[in-house]
Ligand binder design. Structure first.
Ligand SMILES: Cc1cc2nc3c(=O)[nH]c(=O)nc-3n(C[C@H](O)[C@H](O)[C@H](O)COP(=O)(O)OP(=O)(O)OC[C@H]3O[C@@H](n4cnc5c(N)ncnc54)[C@H](O)[C@@H]3O)c2cc1C
Length: 334
């Protein structure tokens, strides 16, 4: 829980309540000189600001207090669909049509993985709606009028059963080994303001070819997470260090492989598509959620040029020797 918080924390309830980091009320932090401090709106407020978006650069959080909420709705609606890759155009059109107006209760996750039973890429679409099926069904029908899934399931479940119901109640890539023991992983991220359908169709077709051609890389997956930003945008941008409140959808490429010699292929492929799709993301300059970063991005891409001067000033105060600079420090990157 705390690591997502420190980078910002995106999730299915972002539309209703904001990011996970927005829920942090206070944190106990072991800082670089070894002492323990509290960061909150009243105590060390600038450190508190930095913790929510760039937190791993400032200390070790040992305790955190969060805002919690009354239950939004006793049940959620979970809808899962599995499609063949040629459905991608219709799916991207459907996701794009929400634009900046994804309803606060709605969370869409598109997941692409190698399906061993089909010997090809499968597209798994998971839609979670914090409310009754009757409210979300018309939105789903507009997609189903265009394209037919080869497998589907829709149900209302108690909110705390959501994670066990998603994706037909299985981890879809487990068979391919991505979630399995001993799988190496390499992560690349991206962010979308808008969808460029032709570019995405091109990626889906290419990813399908890539997985068919590279058996050892078949544990690789990609996610597109389109979580509503209704509440995220209501929180003033300068309230936290998190820089990318205007993102419509986050991308996560999670490559999985076993043999050392596959790494070079994955690194080449991962960088190529991260950079290629960035050109169609609607964002210039590039924006990447720090927790989805690969490690070679510039500080501007991960933290935003606007936030960097304040972050660098605070780093001089709280960690002048860059003790917490191993993972993604904007000091090390310069
Ligand atoms: C498959 C997958 C799905 C994901 N889904 C989501 C998602 O839905 N939403 C989301 O927001 N993120 C998501 N993430 C990203 C996730 O937020 C990061 O991977 C997270 O930072 C991992 O935390 P960790 O503690 O496991 O990793 P680590 O690599 O151990 O930690 C990540 C960074 O946080 C620092 N850190 C860890 N603990 C502390 C601490 N107590 N105090 C200070 N610094 C600390 C580490 O030093 C490091 O810099 C996902 C990642 C993957 C791989």
């Amino acid at each position: 829980m705390i690591s997502p918080t420190l980078g910002g924390g995106v999730g299915r309830y972002s539309g209703l309540h904001g990011m996970i980091g927005d829920q942090l009320l206070s944190a106990r932090v072991v800082i670089a000189n070894g002492s323990i401090v509290t960061a909150s709106a009243r105590q060390n407020p600038e450190l508190f600001w930095a913790l929510r978006g760039a937190g791993s650069n400032f200390g070790v959080v040992t305790e955190a207090t969060y805002q919690v909420y009354d239950l939004t709705s006793p049940t959620i609606t979970n809808a899962d669909y599995a499609f063949s890759p040629n459905a991608s155009g219709a799916i991207f059109d459907w996701m794009a049509a929400f634009g900046d107006a994804t309803p606060a209760e709605l969370a869409i996750l598109l997941f692409g993985n190698y399906d061993t039973t089909k010997g090809d890429l499968s597209l798994w679409l998971n839609v979670v709606y914090a409310g009754r099926q009757s409210a979300v069904q018309p939105l789903l029908n507009s997609l189903l009028a265009e394209v037919t899934p080869y497998r589907q399931n829709i149900s209302e479940v108690p909110w705390n059963k959501m994670l066990y119901t998603n994706f037909f109640g299985v981890v879809p890539n487990a068979e391919a080994g991505c979630a399995g023991k001993g799988t190496n992983r390499s992560v690349y991220g991206g962010a979308l303001k808008s969808y460029e359908k032709a570019a995405w169709n091109g990626f889906v077709a290419n990813f399908s070819d890539f997985l068919r051609a590279n058996e050892d890389a078949r544990g690789s997956i990609f996610f597109i997470e389109q979580f509503s930003k209704v509440k995220v945008l209501q929180i003033p941008d300068d309230e936290t260090a998190y820089p990318w409140r205007d993102v419509t959808a986050h991308l996560l490429w999670n490559y999985g492989w076993h043999k050392d010699e596959t790494l070079a292929t994955i690194e080449r492929y991962g960088k190529h598509w991260r950079d290629k799709l960035q050109a169609f993301s609607g964002f210039s300059p590039q924006e990447i959620y720090v927790n989805y970063g690969h490690g070679d991005e510039s500080s501007e891409v991960l933290y935003g040029a606007k936030k960097l001067p304040k972050l660098r000033r605070l780093k001089q105060i709280w960690d002048p020797k860059n003790v917490f600079g191993f993972y993604d420090s904007f000091v090390k990157r310069g």
